[in-house]
Ligand binder design. Structure first.
Ligand code: HEM
Length: 501
């Protein structure tokens, strides 16, 4: 009790000194509008379990560039395409950093990964390696046959369920597929249960993502660092230990491997940079490998899951997509990656689903590298920037019938997801935009196309499409709260094709 009082007294003193400094500094500087906050905690208590919705509500009142104080830290929430363009394009260089995050330091090896690395030469080098060596079009195409093998296995499993007329847990199937594809590309083999803790890699990664997305008091009231009042750092340390054991084991296997003929996975590529001008050490390899594994697994799985759910809710859209697939692919064979660029309606379906359900609702937190004036507002150095992509995608001023799933809105429109159109930025934009966009889009398109082409789907228990629960579970990656269950029926002309018999 005595300790608690002392800590609170110190925190209060620090807060008042800091508040005084801000007041003096901000005298002639106009911060963006925002709600008043409590002493010390600021606006932290205004955020519940769905912070994206809380912040969208507040932005309606205070505007698209809003200032909050979370603990002692200034936070700027960006909620319109015009404002996003100012932060991610006009002043991209100023906002291209990441804030330090207490809990995530443990899994990012003190921000030595790419996702959480502060802006600087280390981040530039790692980003160059990722873009040129790991995620280039050439490298992605070397894994094409592996993706096909994994997709055939997924279709095979679902076909067995179709034969038995039982429902499939699509969320879980898509996550397993995504994990297998990511693991084979990054570590050269499927994830082996014995390689990891008893929870399994998917559940552990999801737990890590949830912790990273949490508003950790230690990040906003640094004086509480070390106390770990929410227990997040303790949980993250345990996860980090599990990841480290796993990565050490996998890297050692690569170092010892004598097989010269296998396709080079990402660990091989990174090991090849040891001792080069990039000064890559084992710890950097672990940080980058974990990054790419996490970034590629869950983002694609969430996007596929949401898209399939929207298709189940909108049978007319599914029918139209199927018609396109029949025209381009026919009914005698499965979809190939080479078909994808001809599937224009599929592209619209995925854009529409990404508009309503972006995988990372706030992008990844950006940080101001210096003081900056944006739209006449003072943005202080070190402010955290949250771009509310979820709010932008549902903004009634930007989108007609914003809540409606209506892929036809993209007919004749140039709007694209690649970061040039700020009303639709599920992959971010600018220097910190997603380097895995090509791979991510390929996997999402391929799986959605294949599952719609090969199967008819029905919701279990005579559930009506309108009854499907579409609530989301806020996290670093926003998943559906409930798994997506549906009963498949095989629909291709198997006798003629002979596939998968
Ligand atoms: C549908 C799939 C995907 C989605 C929706 C997605 C989305 C995003 C978003 C929103 C960001 C943050 C942008 C920002 O902070 O401004 C990001 C960053 C990143 N993504 Fe992706 N991503 C996907 C797939 C992938 C894949 C397949 C990889 C790699 C194999 C990847 C690797 C990364 C990395 C390394 C970063 C951090 C970049 C940096 O900070 O410099 N992503 N992604």
């Amino acid at each position: 009790m005595e300790w608690t009082n002392t800590i609170l007294a110190i925190a209060a003193l620090v807060f008042f000194i800091q508040a005084l400094t801000w007041k003096t500094r901000a005298k002639n500087k106009r911060l963006p509008p925002g709600p008043r906050g409590l002493p010390i905690l600021g606006n932290l208590l205004m955020l519940g379990t769905k912070p994206h919705q809380d912040l969208q509500r507040l932005a309606r009142k205070y505007g698209p560039i809003m200032h909050l104080r979370l603990g002692l830290k200034p936070v700027i929430v960006v909620s319109s395409p015009e404002a996003a363009e100012l932060f991610l394009k006009t002043h991209d260089l100023v906002f291209a950093s990441r804030p330090p995050q207490e809990a995530s330091n443990y899994v990012s090896y003190n921000q030595q990964n790419l996702v959480f690395a502060p802006y600087g030469s280390y981040w530039r080098n790692m980003r160059k390696i990722c873009t040129l060596e790991l995620l280039s079009n050439h490298k992605i195409s070397t894994f094409r046959s592996m993706r096909k093998q994994e997709l055939d296995l997924l279709v095979g499993r679902i076909r067995e369920a179709a034969a038995a007329a039982v429902a499939v847990d699509l969320s879980s199937e898509v996550t397993s597929f995504s994990t297998d594809v990511a693991c084979r590309m990054v570590i050269g083999k499927k994830f082996n249960r014995d390689d990891f803790n008893e929870k399994g890699i998917e559940a552990t990664i999801r737990e890590g993502m949830k912790i990273v997305a949490s508003f950790n008091l230690a990040d906003y009231i640094p004086q509480t660092r070390g106390l770990d009042l929410q227990g997040l750092t303790k949980r993250m340390k345990v996860l980090a230990g599990d990841f480290d054991d796993f990565l050490e084991k996998i890297i050692e296997e690569h170092v010892q491997s004598k097989d010269e003929n296998r396709v080079k996975d990402f660990i091989d590529v990174m090991l090849g940079f040891m001792g080069s001008e990039y000064r890559v050490e084992r710890e950097n390899i672990k940080a980058i490998v974990l990054d790419v594994l996490v970034a590629s697994m869950d983002t694609a799985a969430a996007t596929i899951d949401w898209t399939l759910a929207e298709l189940l809710r909108h049978p007319q859209v599914t029918k139209k997509l199927r018609k396109e697939l029949e025209d381009v692919v026919g009914t005698k064979r499965m979809v190939e990656e080479s078909d994808l660029e001809k599937l224009e309606y599929l592209d619209m379906v995925i854009k529409e689903s990404s508009r309503l359900h972006p995988a990372t609702i706030f992008l990844i937190r950006h940080a101001a590298r210096e003081d900056c004036t944006v739209n006449g507002f003072h943005i202080p150095k070190d402010a955290r920037i949250l771009v509310n992509v979820g709010a932008i995608g549902r903004d009634e001023r930007v989108w007609t019938d914003a809540e409606k799933f209506y892929p036809e809105r993209f007919v004749g429109s140039d709007i694209d997801v690649r970061g040039q159109n700020f009303e639709l930025i599920p992959f971010g934009s600018g220097r910190r935009g997603c380097p895995g966009i090509q791979l991510g889009l390929t996997v999402v398109r391929l799986v959605v196309a294949q599952l719609v082409h090969c199967f008819d789907w029905e919701l279990p228990g005579n559930m009506l499409p309108t009854e499907l629960d579409m609530s989301d579970d806020f996290g670093f990656i926003c998943h559906r709260t409930k798994p997506l269950l549906a009963t498949p029926t095989w629909r291709l002309n198997t006798l003629e094709t002979g596939i998968l018999n």
